[in-house]
Design a protein around this ligand. Structure first.
Ligand SMILES: C=C(C(=O)O)c1ccccc1
Length: 362
């Protein structure tokens, strides 16, 4: 039934197909930023994916930027995630957790002690976040002191260790979409004059330190990285993304992660957005698995895998609305349309109540 349904070896895992559930923020965590009561059901419903990647989960309290996103830094959060991984494994699934720190994409109301969000430099993002049921302007951040950076790296390492303790099969470092690590990578947001700013090598230092710490903790087989080379979302830009990633990818490759997950174009919008980017060069510079994402259809995904441009294809919105996306793609069945009004926040509606295809009567 086609290239998307060939098994694939990812680290120590055998994925039964090439279809990945992309990380999706759903803002349904319970108080204490614990996974919500429906999270286990939501992920278990989608366990037929080759690989599930969880919603982004903050590694430290100041890494939270939106209401009701789960953490992976407190014991009760680890316990909450354990119910999710147990439910996915009981259905024969495999799941990675996405490790997150939002940096400046936050608001003082979400910050411990109402402090300013942290960032590489004190440059406010021209964007909004969601607090108290309303969209509000992100707050003015403060620049991290160089002495605080080891604490950020430790936060990611600890989060990775906590994710494995919670039963995850691996972790994905979130280096995309204008969040903290991406803010360090780009010269529009990183104006530091110390060893973490200026040259590409300096701007990439935090990411590589995080990857080194996490790979030491969990091993390359259980490590993935997500990047978005040219997406402008969350008010991010760079003067030369091709040079940045041309320098970066061989060094990511040398650390030996199982996969590189690449968002093509503008996250959630057009794939051919703005400046052209040579994704093929990235694919050729990386020896691990290559996951592509953003607006893929069954045909586009089949072509990408058949032509060797990707090993795996991640689907976001399609997985929100189709718990049995794998079966629907296998059959070429029509897909449920996602309801954008219930993407962020709420209850079971638009979360665990999307229908699967009726299986033929036995
Ligand atoms: C973690 C997110 C990302 O990577 O874009 C996110 C956060 C809030 C809403 C949608 C997506």
């Amino acid at each position: 039934s086609g290239p998307l349904f060939e098994p694939f070896r990812l680290g120590d895992l055998t994925l039964p197909n090439r279809i990945v559930m992309a990380p999706l923020t759903r803002n349904r965590a319970a108080p204490g930023n614990v996974p919500g009561p429906l999270a286990a059901e939501y992920y278990a419903q989608r366990a037929s994916a080759g690989l599930l990647i969880s919603e982004a989960s903050q590694v430290v309290p100041e890494g939270q930027g939106y209401e009701a996103t789960p953490g992976i830094h407190a014991p009760e959060q680890i316990a909450g995630w354990r119910t999710v991984t147990d439910a996915v494994h009981a259905r024969g699934g495999r799941i990675f957790l996405q490790l997150w720190h939002v940096g400046r994409i936050s608001h003082v109301a979400l910050q411990p002690g109402g402090q300013p969000p942290v960032a590489p430099s004190a440059i406010r993002a021209a964007t909004k976040t969601f607090v108290g049921g309303r969209f509000v302007d992100t707050s003015e951040p403060r620049a991290l002191d160089i002495g605080e950076i080891p604490g950020i790296v430790e936060g990611f390492r600890r989060g990775a260790a906590n994710a494995i303790a919670a039963g995850f099969d691996g972790v994905e470092v979130h280096a995309a979409n204008g969040y903290l690590i991406d803010q360090f990578l780009r010269d529009s947001t990183n104006r530091r004059t110390d060893a973490y700013g200026g040259s590409i090598e300096n701007r990439a230092r935090l990411l590589l330190e995080v990857l080194e710490a996490v790979v030491k903790e969990v091993g390359g087989a259980r490590l993935g990285i997500r990047v978005s080379p040219v997406s402008p979302g969350n008010d991010i830009a760079d003067s030369d993304p091709q040079a940045l990633f041309g320098w970066l990818v061989p060094r990511i490759d040398a650390i030996g992660p199982a996969y590189l997950h690449v968002i093509e174009g503008f996250t959630g919008l057009e794939r051919d957005h703005g400046q052209p980017f040579d994704y093929g060069a990235m694919r050729r510079a990386f020896r691990g698995a290559f996951i592509v994402n953003n607006g893929y259809t069954r045909d586009l995904a089949t072509e990408a895998v058949a032509e060797g441009r990707a090993d795996l294809v991640a689907f976001g919105r399609a997985f929100i609305a189709n718990p049995d996306l794998v079966e629907r793609l296998r059959r070429g069945a029509p897909l449920n349309e996602p309801d954008r009004k219930t993407f962020y926040g709420g209850d079971a509606h638009g979360y665990t109540d999307y229908p699967a295809l009726q299986t033929e009567p036995a």
